[in-house]
Design a protein around this ligand. Structure first.
Ligand code: ARG
Length: 588
């Protein structure tokens, strides 16, 4: 279905054409003087130069032609030559009615959907998730859902860090502690136990211990490197131990991501491409892309137009070991083979920008991807504390994600139960749902590339540009609808009517912009545009609500029109928050 702005632009274009001017001048935009008009067209200003005519005269000609317009109730030519526009109430109602009957409120679906892989989350196994992992998960999940809603075929892949030195470190530390474990007996031929010889909490303590030891003790580090090598070359006991590390860790990760309402289609990791690497390396050598420099195997990726130095992409270290790059490139190769995506989107901290530039260039140069395959890195900024420095615990340590979520849940619970008699269990449940909106909206409402301040007080507030405010608005709508039902009214068959008041019309116009907004959010991979939209929409609804006695209205037809309006507002808001990755409770 055509976008609302395009539809009214089309009318304006016809008016320009009918007055003998270039139709392209008739582009309509939202008004930047909402006190004067709803939309505006500045085409006459641009036309003045073209036709050597006063802009006001052009605007007047065009306004004259709009007298019988289907769309506009008022077209005013104002000095120096702007066209101030208001649309007809009936026109908006017709548009919204059509939106209600179309799938996805009339958002146009692509003729050829793209296959998109979103690489996000990216946790490292055996390490607890901390706040640094929050943004990748939250933004990535939303980007995935937006693309899916926009009609594309989207696969989310967690891309676990499950293969490097960290694995060797854990194995080494385990061996220090329990040298007699079956896994370290080279002569053992039988099956290994199904139970892991450690719990997740032990695992989470083992890694930092090992990591610290390796920094202080070169011999220890040497052993860890050897363990990594043994693991990667397939030593049975090491593999079996690694399997335990992965399954214990993944079970815990799944729980954590579930709490965030984040879910992945693929739980692949760096280890999955281990066997792809030798073939890729041979290919890069054979085709002459890769060469040895200081013992390492590298591919040059600098380009003539570079204004800054882009170092070569290292494929293998001088000891023949693979690196972070190597697994990413092999993963690209594997993804092309297995899924043939049109696009791959990566979400990481923006400090990895140069890294991805190198990897993408290398993938293009070595033809691991098609010329038209789109590779996109979305680098996000840092989540800071109120002091403007990277978010820490009160003691100054790295905050575990679980703890952060718990703190927000508790704060939300406190707010919900403040001065009220509530059912404890229900309140806990509601607090969780609302807390998630606070966290996600707080993050997503910022442009991803910017740093932002994680402000618990602000994010959990029911007022202002926050998740809880949006949920509060949705719950308010639900409760009005419930009241109407309790009074014996029905929600079935409600039909939209023409707006009675400015507030009602403003709400309707806000909703008419849904599909254009969603299209932009997809094209620009910009969840913050959805946040900005629902904030405006919620404001428009609340203005209307405060002015209108909906439940007490006696004119049944009018009331039914409002029911239809409420249903549409609720549905659009709930669609938007679902795409952002959170939900609204029934009550709060
Ligand atoms: N595990 C990595 C890290 O902790 C993030 C992975 C991001 N994704 C990727 N394909 N490189 O930094």
């Amino acid at each position: 279905m055509k976008k609302f702005l395009d539809l009214i632009s089309e009318e304006m274009k016809q008016a320009f054409e009918a007055s003998g001017y270039d139709r392209e001048l008739g582009k309509v935009t939202l008004s930047n003087r909402p006190d004067l008009c709803e939309y505006q067209c500045n085409g006459a200003m641009a036309g003045a130069k073209l036709y050597k005519k006063a802009p006001l005269m052009i605007a007047q000609d065009v306004a004259e032609k709009c007298k019988d317009s289907k769309a506009f109730s008022s077209v005013e030519a104002v000095p120096p030559g702007f066209l101030n526009l208001k649309v007809k109430e009936s026109f908006v109602t017709d548009y919204l009615t059509k939106m209600c009957h179309e799938p996805k409120f009339g958002l146009e679906m692509p003729e050829n959907p793209s296959r998109i892989i979103v690489d996000y989350g990216g946790p490292n196994v055996a390490k607890p998730l901390h706040v640094g992992h929050l943004r990748s998960a939250v933004i990535g999940e939303s980007i995935k859902r937006i693309a899916r809603y926009a009609g594309h075929d989207v696969i989310g892949d967690i891309h676990l860090g499950d293969w490097g030195l960290q694995m060797g470190l854990i194995i080494t530390e385990l061996k220090e502690r329990q040298p007699d474990l079956l896994y370290f007996d080279d002569t053992y031929q039988g099956d290994y136990p199904k139970e892991a010889p450690f719990t997740i909490s032990e695992l989470e303590e083992i890694y930092p211990t090992a990591s610290n030891k390796s920094k202080e003790d070169p011999a220890y580090k040497e052993r860890a490197m050897e363990a990594t090598f043994k693991l990667q070359s397939g030593v049975r006991g090491y593999r079996a131990l690694w399997d335990h590390i992965i399954s214990v860790s993944v079970a815990d990760l799944k729980k954590n991501y579930q709490d965030l309402n984040v879910d992945f289609d693929l739980w692949k990791g760096e280890s999955d491409v281990h066997d792809v690497i030798p073939g890729m390396v041979d290919y890069m050598k054979k085709e002459g892309y890769a060469y040895i420099s200081d013992g390492a195997l590298v591919v040059d990726v600098k380009e003539e137009t570079d204004t800054k130095e882009i170092p070569p992409c290292m494929i293998l270290k001088s000891d023949g070991a693979s690196l972070y790059n190597t697994t990413d490139l092999a993963t690209i190769m594997e993804r092309m083979r297995e899924y043939h995506p049109d696009r791959m989107i990566y979400l990481t901290d923006k400090r990895q920008e140069l890294y991805f530039e190198q990897v993408f260039r290398c993938a293009r140069k070595t033809k691991l991807v098609e010329p038209e395959t789109d590779l996109l890195h979305i680098g996000f900024g840092t989540m800071n504390g109120k002091d403007g420095k990277p978010f820490k615990t009160r003691e100054g340590g790295v905050m575990r994600l679980e703890i952060l979520i718990k703190e927000i849940n508790d704060e939300m619970y406190r707010k919900i139960t403040d001065n009220r008699q509530v059912d404890e269990e229900e309140a806990r449940q509601t607090a969780k749902v609302v807390a998630l909106s606070a966290i996600k909206y707080g993050d997503l409402s910022n442009q991803a590339s910017k740093d932002y301040i994680f402000d618990i007080d602000k994010f959990t507030s029911f007022e202002g540009d926050t998740g809880p405010y949006i949920l509060y608005t949705i719950v308010r709508i639900k409760s009005i609808l419930n009241k109407i039902k309790e009074q014996g009214g029905t929600l079935e068959g409600a039909v939209l009517r023409q707006a009675d008041s400015d507030a009602e019309k403003a709400l309707m116009l806000e909703m008419a912009g849904f599909n254009a907004m969603m299209e932009t959010a997809y094209q620009e991979s910009a969840p913050h545009k959805i946040c900005a939209y629902i904030f405006e929409l919620a404001n428009a609804f609340n203005r209307f609500y405060h002015e209108t006695k909906i439940v007490a209205e006696e004119n049944e037809e009018k009331k039914s029109g409002w029911v239809a309006l409420l249903l549409l507002t609720r549905d659009i808001l709930e669609t938007c928050i679902d795409v952002l990755g959170f939900a609204a409770p029934e009550r709060m």
